[in-house]
Each structure stands twice: as C-alpha cells, then as structure tokens.
Design a binder for this molecule. Structure first.
Ligand code: DCT
Ligand code: MG
Length: 340
C-alpha cells in the first residue's frame, strides 16, 4: 500500500465529487496532485516534501497540511456526508446519466437513491433506463481474478466459435494491475487485419453475436464496427458487469493498446509529450505532424493518413508500446505505473 494512502484516498474522494458535479478542471487539478503524491514513494511527514512538486499548488499544500495535522480533511467530511453530493455521485455512476441530468434529478425532482430513480424511471432517457436496470450490480467493483476468468472464457469461446487467431486482451485498470476494476475493457485484433482493408471490421459484430447467443452478453448499450458497450455476466451467481470491447486492426493495435490501458490522465500526459516531439497520438495511431523534423523514424507502413476526424499527417507504424514511448521521447512506463 502506498505510504500516503490516507492523503491519496481523501483527495480522491474530493476529486470524484468534482467529476460527478461536472467540474472537470477541478477534477484534473486533484488528479494531478494525487499522481504527484502517489509517485513520491516516501511517507509525507511535512508539506515541505511536496510544496515544490509540479502540479501541487498552495491550496493543495494547505489541504495536505490539514490531513497531516488532524488526520482528516473537513472538506472531505462535508462531501461524504452531504446527501445531495452523494446522490449526484450515485446517479452519475449510472450509464446514461451525466452531471446535468443528475443535478436536475436531485434538485428539481428531489430524488436521492437508486430506489427513487426506479420509482421515477419515466424521467430518464432510454440509455439511462438500461443503465438503471443494472445499476446495483455495476456499482460493485469487479475483482481482478473474475476479470481473468472473463478473459479465459472469452478466449475459449471466440477461438472455438469465431476464429482461433483472434487476439484478445483486457486493458483499462485491470492491465494496470488494479485489484478491482470499474468495468471490463477488452481489446481484440487479428494478426492478418489491416486498417487498409477495413473488411475485418465485421469481426466485432460476429463476436458480439456469438457472445449474445451463448448468453454471456446480456444487453447492449451501443454497438459500432469498432466499439461495443454493454453488459455481460459469467454466470447467474455473479453480478452483471459493464463490458467495453474495441476492435482494432493489427497495424494500429499498439496505439490502441496504449490508449485503452490508460489511465485517462496518463494518456493526456503522453499526448502532450508526443505533441512536443511533433507527433499527434490517439487511439487510432501515432501521426507525424507536418512541418516538424521527425528524426526518429520507425518504419512507416501502409495507411496514408489518419481516419476522418483525426489530425492530419502520416501515420507511423509501431510494433510495440515501447516504440511509441521511444518516438515521443519518454522512458518506457510499465502498465502498473500508468495509474496516473
Ligand atoms: N480513457 C481515456 N480518456 C477517457 C476515458 C477513458 O483515455 N476520458 C482510456 C484510458 C482508460 C481506458 O480508456 C478505459 O477507460 P475506463 O474503463 O473508463 O477507465 P479505467 O482506467 O479502466 O478505470 P475503471 O476501473 O474505472 O474502469
Ligand atoms: Mg475500465
């Protein structure tokens, strides 16, 4: 356990409340400070140990000082004991309910609990009604070992009923070594697929069909050619889990693996580093921004440009996550150290 877990947990509670209230800049400020503290490695006994860290301003130093002096933070106690804040947090954790709707339900309709929502489900859009159907189950974190069981099951079913060459991995917080995860993030590719052809995009549809037939996928929130969002269950004695699946052709597998592993904040940091080196990085690839000198070429291959909507520039083929770190001038970071 991190020697500063008390400080980290306290600040995380406040960060989460800002996120659910729809105040992203505050959420990011807390997350940046939390990451700096998590990376410290030594126990904080005095605020002088953190006051010069990047991302930690005076207000954050004051909060840490209060935690060190009193063992707690009044602001956290207020957040955790405020029924309105807690209701907004509960509601925004339901798929299909964002901060604006959550606040409306709390302030205008005086709803506070999942039971209240169930009694007033006519106030919800269809996606949120589906989210509500599984809300009690999906509020539970998914243990590491259960996700491994999902992976084993998925590999077996897909190899047998779709194609034995399909490669499946779990990304997200699970790949970062999280003891529990909020959902199951699955990335799928096939070694013979390429973004040049596009025909392989039919794979995800076939996989989803098979997984529905065998009763593993029990409901669908959204399904496209490269993304699936829905609900799955390994067996009836276990809770229903939120399942996110992405299909990526093999030539863009590693940028996708990097993106889908996260964390969200780590991705932002890495994108900024890439930009400094003249690259634009997203889940679909690493692109050279025209006009920069790109000294460290990886062998470029195929695909002339990014998909619609992505930054313009030539795509750089990478055959590992490490190759992306190298190109953007970062030391390789192992997945468990990417929880930032
Ligand atoms: N991601 C991102 N930016 C976002 C959301 C997601 O870069 N705004 C990436 C990084 C993580 C990955 O997608 C999966 O997203 P989540 O499942 O939301 O996050 P997680 O890290 O897996 O955490 P959790 O345990 O809550 O699922
Ligand atoms: Mg996840």
């Amino acid at each position: 356990m991190n020697p500063n877990h008390r400080i980290i947990d306290t600040l995380t509670h406040i960060a989460d409340s800002y996120r659910s209230q729809g105040v992203p800049y505050k959420y990011k400020a807390y997350r940046t400070a939390i990451d700096a503290i998590r990376s410290l490695g030594t126990q904080i006994t005095d605020v002088s140990q953190i006051s010069s860290l990047p991302g930690i301003g005076k207000a954050m130093v004051d909060k840490v000082r209060e935690i060190l002096a009193t063992g707690a933070l009044q602001q956290e106690k207020d957040v955790m004991s405020d029924p309105i804040t807690q209701a907004i947090q509960t509601f925004t954790s339901i798929h299909g309910i964002g901060p604006v709707l959550a606040k409306k339900l709390v302030h205008e309709n005086a709803l506070r609990t999942i039971d209240d929502l169930e009694a007033s489900s006519h106030l919800l859009p269809p996606q949120a009604r589906l989210g509500l159907k599984y809300a009690k189950d999906t509020a539970l974190r998914v243990p590491y070992d259960e996700i491994e069981d999902h992976l084993t099951y998925l590999k077996k079913v897909v190899a047998k009923l779709v194609d034995p060459m399909l490669q499946i991995c779990v990304c997200g917080s699970h790949r970062r070594g999280g003891a529990t995860s909020g959902d199951i993030d699955v990335l799928i590719t096939h070694p013979s697929s390429s973004s040049d052809s596009g025909s392989e995009y039919v794979f995800l549809h076939v996989i989803v069909g098979v997984l529905r037939d065998v009763g593993y996928i029990i409901d669908v929130l959204a399904e496209g050619t490269s993304k699936f969002m829905g609900y799955s269950r390994l067996n009836p004695s276990l809770p229903v889990r939120r399942l996110d699946m992405r299909w990526m052709p093999y030539d863009v597998f590693f940028p996708a693996l990097l993106y889908f592993t996260g964390s969200d904040m780590f991705n932002i940091t890495m994108r900024v580093e890439a930009l400094r080196r003249g690259y634009s990085l997203n889940e679909y690839g690493l692109y050279e921004i025209p006009g920069y000198e790109h000294l460290h070429h990886a062998p470029a291959k195929g695909a002339e440009g990014p998909p619609a909507g992505a930054a313009k520039g030539k795509r750089v083929f990478v055959d590992s996550e490490k190759a992306i770190f190298d190109l953007v001038g970062m030391t390789y970071v192992q997945p468990p150290q990417r929880s930032k």
